[in-house]
Design a protein around this ligand. Sequence first.
Ligand code: ATP
Ligand code: MG
Length: 390
Amino acid sequence: MMHFLASKAGVKVINQLEQAGYEAVFVGGAVRDHLLGKRATDIDIATSAEPSEVKEVFATTIDIGIEHGTILVLVDEEPIEVTTYRTGEIRAQLNTVKSLREDLRRRDFTINALAMTKEGQFVDFFDGREDLKKRLIRAVESPKERFEEDALRMLRAVRFASVLDFTIEKETFETMKKYAYELQPVAIERIKVEMDKMFLGNNPLKGFKLLVESGLNQALPLFPSEFCQLEDLLPFEFTKEGWTIFMLLGRFTASEVGNAYKLSNDEKRFLSHVEKAYTIRLKKIFTIDDIYFYDAMILYIVEKFYIAMNNLKKDVSIETFEREKEKLPIQSLKDLKVSGQDLLKWANVRGGRWVGEWMQKIEYAVLHGHCKNEIAIIKEWFINDFDSER
Ligand code: ATP
Ligand code: MG
């Protein structure tokens, strides 16, 4: 039972803390995922030790959120988050059992408010295991108080509903409807993290629907008003894919989505490529030049979206476009057998804009099969045409 959650490194961390006289338990998502039989994305440990005390116990630590009492401990290269019991101001007067209870009470949902000792014994003050069985997302004690403390938790409820394909408990959901507008002032960086995870869940369609039903969509900077085609587009394999479909469904531009949700530069670039490729696809099927220019992933997402929007009975995968790309005489400029250096040598004139222009001409000719990708052939063509042009 213990073996798999108990990342060995996690057990080592707890052992060391205990040997130093502190109490330490697994908490949060790691315990939840253990009970669900899933591998946790990260291991969180709560302890009675203060951050400075945690740092004394371990050789390698990183301050990642010391203001929240969190220290990252590295054991066998595995990062383990160790957080001092969060109890508000009264910790000093509490014994450790009460402190752990206070810590768990401050968590968002009952399924995330479970703790487990390294021996596999559960600490479950809020019936988290019961809710796990019922597949329910229920705020710890008072939904109103939990959401007042942190409005992001409403979006987290939707995120967990998508990731785990769970239902949001009635009172929790009713409270979300009432306070949805409170999400608006929450930092967009925090919102984006939850959206990223929602996209990759087991049931993102449920996530989208819940955002609308709760009214949280109105507190988000942008949200598509129509997403009935979403079902045909799932599952998402990458967060970028999620953001792309989000953009296309909402008919937003890449920069609208990129700016509104503070996407990374890499994500922005990806969205803008998809935006361009989709404009092309709306006019005609992809040409050799498009297949050459765009990544297979971009072409795939665009084609998949096009198929869904037009109810076409067609299958498409990334491999479809990877194969198309492989069929081309060259996959990129690097594959050309000649370089700008060769042109300079053959022309025996000074470099200038003509080099780039000629490289493009050769690239086009080879790509379209007008000229073989062989030095001798390209050279002959070049020497003939270059001289006659001058
Ligand atoms: P994931 O598998 O996505 O990492 P998780 O449950 O571990 O899910 P995290 O965001 O990593 O979620 O947070 C770890 C734990 O910290 C949660 O399980 C929860 O107990 C607590 N937590 C995180 N964010 C909040 C929050 N905004 N409010 C209350 N508790 C939170
Ligand atoms: Mg986590």
